[in-house]
Design a binder for this molecule. Structure first.
Ligand code: S3P
Length: 424
């Protein structure tokens, strides 16, 4: 297989969610160019419309206009967050500072995901919660109100928890001090809030948020999603020939941890930073084929590669030696039990992979991967195994590839356009 060409990836999922949420909180019209149009982004737009924001349809190559009223309005209907944990947890932070009740739910995967990690600290700030049957999950009702300041040591490094609490501080007009246990999770919320005049200081591992800014209408151009780029980079690394340029990708270091990991594994990846967009570095990735060797991914590195572990594990199954991903227990509470399913599916296609405590061990081999993959509707599992399926002689059946639409519209078409049989 030859993987070559120049390609753009869809807009960053994390930044799109945050841009829409903040636009809904501004009084007036914001413009979001390059927004992700995937199912998850649509979930955020849908619930924000229910809460009073006027948001234009999310269409590829179309600037989204989002008119907020300066605050959210009560909705009588349940807010369906679809498959999106980010929508749910960040929205709970905003709702905590609004004096009305709102009920949130989601699809079967989202309803199982833990919510007390945000409802616990939001409750300490003053929000009230009612769980509807599913302990520590959705559906649940939040009743926001007047909030208290919070000082909180987070049990896990998570941008969703951190952002939820910062957004609560923003709406409630109260100070918030947070500490992440190990490794820094993505910092898009901090960067955006600073751009609106909020003070966010960092000291001794603590993040200190102070009220004082104002969310005003804004224009923003969303960079390409590095997490989506990682799948195409993976395909180019596994290829027999070619050179792939992925352009306009967000290069925020809290997101690009997969690049040093892949470089340690022997991948040739050039990073060309070209510009800065609203406080986020953006550039191109140029990648070619490489013979891979195993590496060790430390616990401190995990937050910056959290969404890339499925593709990194797939690549590790082609590397010489055993790669260990340390302390990746968080993968159990993603869109699926990703930790178990990465290992199970790698074994299903003939590789050696084991979960040892909270660590994932993957041993590489060079037999063509063959077998049936069960995704449990998890977009990143589907895409990782689709990339593995580009290897010569591979025969991988994926039960659900349509779920890639959660984060990467037209993933299959994009992969088809860059990958061509080198013997053709
Ligand atoms: C996200 C944070 C991460 C990530 C998710 C998006 C965000 O979750 O897995 O895809 O936009 O804040 P955690 O922060 O819970 O690890």
């Amino acid at each position: 297989m030859k993987v070559a060409g120049r390609v753009r990836v869809p807009g960053d999922k994390s930044i799109t969610h945050r841009a829409l949420l903040l636009a809904a909180m501004a009084r007036g019209t914001s413009h979001v160019g390059g927004a992700l149009t995937s199912l998850d982004a649509r979930s955020t737009a849908r619930v924000l419309r229910q809460l009073g924001a006027a948001i234009s349809p999310l269409r590829p190559d179309t600037v989204v206009t989002a008119k907020g009223a300066g605050r959210l309005r009560r909705s009588e209907r349940t807010l369906d967050c679809g498959n999106s944990g980010t929508t749910t947890r960040l929205l709970l932070g905003l709702l905590a500072g609004h004096r009305f009740a709102a009920t949130l739910t989601g699809d079967a995967s989202l309803r199982r995901r833990p919510m007390r990690r945000v409802t616990g600290p939001l409750g300490r700030m003053g929000a009230r919660f009612t769980e509807h049957g599913n302990a520590d999950g959705l559906p649940l009702t939040i009743r926001g109100g007047v909030l208290q300041p919070l000082r909180y040591e987070m049990p896990v490094s998570s941008a969703q928890i951190k952002s939820s609490l910062l957004l609560a501080g923003m709406v409630g007009g109260v100070e918030v001090g947070l500490r992440e246990p190990h490794g820094r999770s993505r910092d898009h919320t901090e960067r955006m809030l600073r751009a609106f005049g909020y003070e966010i200081a960092e000291q001794d591992g603590w993040i200190h948020f102070r009220p004082g800014g104002t969310i005003v209408p804004f224009d923003l151009q969303v960079p390409g999603d590095p997490s989506s780029a990682a799948f195409l980079v993976g395909a180019a690394v596994l290829a027999e020939a070619g050179e792939l340029a992925v352009t306009g990708v967000g290069l925020n270091p809290t997101r690009t941890g997969f690049l040093p990991v892949l470089q340690r594994m022997g991948a040739r990846i050039e990073v060309e930073e070209v510009e800065s967009r609203v406080g986020e570095p953006v550039g191109d990735l140029i990648v070619g084929p490489a013979a891979l060797r195993a590496t060790s991914v430390s616990a401190a590195e995990v937050p910056a590669v959290i969404d890339e572990i499925p593709i990194l594990a797939a690549l590790a199954s082609r590397a010489e030696g055993t790669t260990v991903f340390h302390d990746v227990g968080e993968l159990r509470v993603k869109e699926s039990d990703r930790l178990a399913l990465i290992a199970e599916n790698l074994r299903a296609v003939g590789s050696r992979a084991d979960v040892v405590g909270d660590d994932l061990h993957v041993t590489g081999g060079d037999a063509p991967p063959r077998g049936a993959v069960r995704t449990a509707g998890d977009h990143r599992l589907a895409m990782a195994f689709k990339v593995l399926g580009t290897l010569p002689g591979a025969r991988i059946r994926i039960d659900d590839l349509a779920c890639a639409e959660v984060s990467f519209p037209d993933f299959t078409g994009t992969l088809r356009r860059i990958a061509a049989d080198s013997r053709a």
